[in-house]
Design a protein around this ligand. Structure first.
Ligand code: ADP
Ligand code: MG
Length: 484
């Protein structure tokens, strides 16, 4: 965006985020909702909207959404109802989705986001429950569109933000925060690429200083976090250019094209749906008792911001290290499991942040697929802290441990990497080295202290790299300084 227009205009952004819940079965039917099954194998007459079928609410759907509501400081409605959202589409055999309309179960919350140089609180308007539609597949048959109804009836929550976001960067951070929270809660895997987290962005601009919002457009089809940021930036710039050239923003739905990196029009307001919402007659109201609320509150895990603060305050980690370690619950859990074995918080953090993350990056895997157990890693770090191995040995053993269930000590012995700190082993070698290098000894004693490196090198060579170099240095210095 050019800086002139950037100074003149401010963007206003609100996100509608859908998260697919990790319940075992569908929202209203006793059939698996697991991702990745063969097409149309997880379908019941209810998913097809056959006459005579009746929905039954999956209780975990309610528990999961309340978790999300509590984690984002929402009020939880004591009583809320489901509504039918009616529209025609081939992947929606029932002709309507069960959703919530006027009475969402969670409302009025907030999420704090942290950017590089400031923090900001984003209001949550509402979080409600709904079921997903099926999926049309256009790229597998040259003549026909195919339909997979496994997804029909899968439980979703929709998290609607207030129009509090002002830049594409803020939207990116907000969405990342939602991913982090749902993952911590264990209610959604947060995978945008696979579609378990989806986001529509509402974008408008207004002259800086103006209170009234401008006309917004809605962006869809952004299937990665980066694309959300890119698409919003693109749209802000498009609107500014349009207004600057005398045009007017009209209410549109736009699709992001990830290949061309631009948006294209999907439908205008005139074609917009009228969903004819009405209360769902086949389901009773959802009543949330105080007992249920207390029960769910007690189940909440330590949330990312609180865990982060604990890592800084109690474990003494730097803010940056604590931030990276708590980014996903799985990594923070792994780190703390290692701490159960070796409680030097900084030493363990160093190894996790360098060695472990390096392997995860190199192999593009998550910590779930990392094969060195916390017990192995803790034992390895202990060997290093006890001076039994040096840093380069630690790295060699670390690499060897990947895919091995061996004990680090056994491996260190097998690889001949145990460092000897026994003076009974080291001193005779030092004497040998001193005796066989009289010239160097006298030059050292005359003041050429740099020769210390030569002596250490000789001792290390003769000990086949096994002597503890720190101890070797100490002993040689005292030997050379004391002798005459
Ligand atoms: P709809 O149901 O048509 O999608 P909502 O009122 O539920 O409309 O708003 C959807 C999203 O749009 C919310 O996240 C809200 O914050 C955002 N929003 C509303 N007005 C604007 C605006 N003028 N500019 C940007 N975002 C907006
Ligand atoms: Mg909308």
């Amino acid at each position: 965006m050019s800086t002139i227009s950037n100074e003149k205009y401010e963007a206003v952004i609100g996100l509608e985020v859908h998260a697919q819940l990790l319940t075992k079965s569908k929202a209203f039917a006793p059939v698996s909702s697991e991702y990745g099954a063969a097409p149309n194998t997880q379908v019941t007459p209810l998913c097809l909207g056959h006459p005579g079928t009746l929905p039954v609410l999956n209780e975990n759907l309610v528990r999961y959404i309340i978790k999300m509501g509590l984690a984002t400081e929402c009020s939880i409605a004591e009583k809320s109802i489901f509504a039918r959202k009616n529209y025609f589409y081939p992947d929606l055999p029932k002709g309507y989705q069960i959703s919530q309309y006027e009475t969402p179960i969670c409302f009025g919350g907030q999420i704090k986001i942290e950017l590089d140089d400031y923090e900001k609180t984003i209001g949550i308007t509402r979080i409600h429950m709904e079921e997903d539609a099926g999926k049309s597949i256009h790229d597998q048959d040259p003549y026909h569109s195919l339909i997979d109804l496994n997804r029909a009836g899968t439980p979703l929550i929709e998290i609607v933000s207030e129009p509090d976001l002002r830049t594409a960067r803020e939207a990116y951070h907000y969405l990342t925060k939602i991913k982090q929270i749902v993952q911590y809660l264990g209610i959604c895997d947060g995978n945008m690429e696979e579609g378990s987290l989806r986001c529509d962005a509402n974008v408008s601009i207004r002259p800086r200083g103006q209170k009234k919002f401008g006309t917004r457009t809605e962006l869809k089809n952004m299937n990665s976090f980066r694309n959300v940021e890119r698409a919003i930036s693109f749209e802000i710039e498009r609107q500014i250019e349009l207004v600057e050239s005398g045009g007017e923003v009209v209410q549109l739905t736009l699709l992001w094209d990830p290949n061309k990196l631009e948006t294209r029009q999907m439908r205008s307001k005139e074609e917009a749906h009228d969903y004819r919402y009405f209360p769902e007659p086949d389901l009773p109201p959802i009543i949330v008792s105080q007992e249920l609320l207390d029960d769910i509150r007690a189940e909440l895990p330590e949330l990312p911001s609180i865990r982060y603060q604990r890592f800084v305050d109690q474990l003494g980690l730097s803010e940056e290290d604590a931030y990276i370690l708590t980014e996903t619950k799985a990594l923070a859990d792994y780190y703390e499991s290692v701490l159960n074995v070796q409680d030097n918080a900084k030493a363990v953090a160093n190894v996790v942040l360098t060695e472990v993350l390096r392997v995860l990056n190199d192999r593009s895997i998550s910590i779930h697929s990392f094969t060195i157990t916390p017990e192995q890693l803790g034992a390895l770090i202990t060997l290093k802290l006890d001076d039994k191995i040096n840093s380069s040995a630690m790295q060699k053993i670390f690499n060897q441990l990947i895919g091995s269930d061996k004990d680090p000590l056994a491996l260190a012995e097998e690889m001949n990497l145990i460092q000897v700190s026994d003076t009974g082993f080291i001193d005779p070698i030092i004497n040998e080295v001193i005796e066989s290098n009289p010239d160097e000894v006298s030059r050292y004693r005359e003041g050429k202290k740099a020769l210390i490196g030569f002596f250490i090198g000789e001792v290390m060579k003769r000990s086949k790299g096994k002597a503890n170099p720190k101890l070797v240095r100490e002993r040689i210095v005292s030997e050379l300084e004391s002798g005459s």
